[in-house]
Design a binder for this molecule. Structure first.
Ligand code: 1GP
Length: 248
């Protein structure tokens, strides 16, 4: 089964999916052995790997170490072509549709595309849409793009529909890692009812009840990273998120 089919299956069986994001800049290699099994035992559906400032150093080794410690899929969430590894199960192949910087709309994707072909990895194309998270975020700074204002619901809807008509497989509504404010429920709801694609929501989600709110608003998948950073024992917290997200 492809990873994309697996994700759709998760949605069908559990109601929604939970992805835990590991940023190699913030989680040391030596801690993976302890942390990764907790992610699976806690009930996350996949592990995302990536980070805005990560140089890609030893990415192959990092992915292999995660793989040694889990059976759930590892999906790359690359900020650049330096964050591609053939050892991942799939790659979120993104274009930053909300931005007007050609570097992240098409230049980085065009550097990643030949690597995907070379490695024969599964690519899951995704319209990446940045929403104002109420503070300055790394993704906005590094991409040098403006997020969509929180009240511009139609703007978000039209960008998401663009992803659909471009033939992309997912839409990611992103407030940015560590965002002060999460993607507004009203916006999630409006986007989800306007398009036919699965919607991922992430950025600033720090507890299970907020994740639940996003699911109720229409999110199909939730990504959480920051809330787990720097913690040694995460299994119970992962479980709380998973139970709250999977509740039909
Ligand atoms: C960032 O959406 C993800 O790209 C996760 O955000 O780190 O704030 O959970 P957090």
């Amino acid at each position: 089964m492809s990873i994309y089919s697996y994700l759709l299956r998760i949605k069908e069986v559990k109601g929604a999916g939970f992805f835990l994001l590991i940023d190699p800049d913030k989680r040391e290699f030596k801690h993976l052995k302890r942390i990764v099994p907790q992610i699976e035992k806690g009930g996350a559906d996949a592990i995302f790997v990536g980070g805005s400032t990560y140089s890609g150093e030893n990415l192959d080794g990092y992915i292999k170490e995660i793989k040694r410690n889990t059976t759930i899929p590892i999906i790359l969430f690359p900020a650049s072509h330096l964050q591609i590894s053939k050892h991942a199960d799939a790659i979120l192949f993104m274009s930053l549709l909300s931005g007007r910087n050609p570097l992240y709309l098409v230049d980085e994707p065009s550097r990643i595309a030949p690597l995907i072909k070379k490695h024969g990895c599964e690519s899951i194309s995704c319209g990446y849409i940045l929403i104002d998270g109420g503070c300055s975020t790394s993704v906005a700074n590094i991409s040098n793009t403006l997020p969509i204002p929180r009240n511009r619901i139609n703007f978000a809807k039209y960008h998401a529909l663009t992803a659909q008509y471009f033939g992309m497989k997912l839409v990611y509504l992103e407030a940015g890692s560590g965002a002060k404010l999460t993607v507004p429920d009203r916006m999630i709801n409006a986007v989800k009812s306007y398009i036919d694609l699965p919607v991922i929501v992430g950025g600033g989600i720090k507890d299970a009840s907020v994740a639940r709110e996003k699911i109720k608003a229409g999110a199909d998948f939730i990504v959480v990273g920051n809330a787990f950073e720097g913690k040694k024992c995460i299994e119970e917290m992962v479980r709380k998120f998973a139970e709250s997200i999977h509740r039909k």
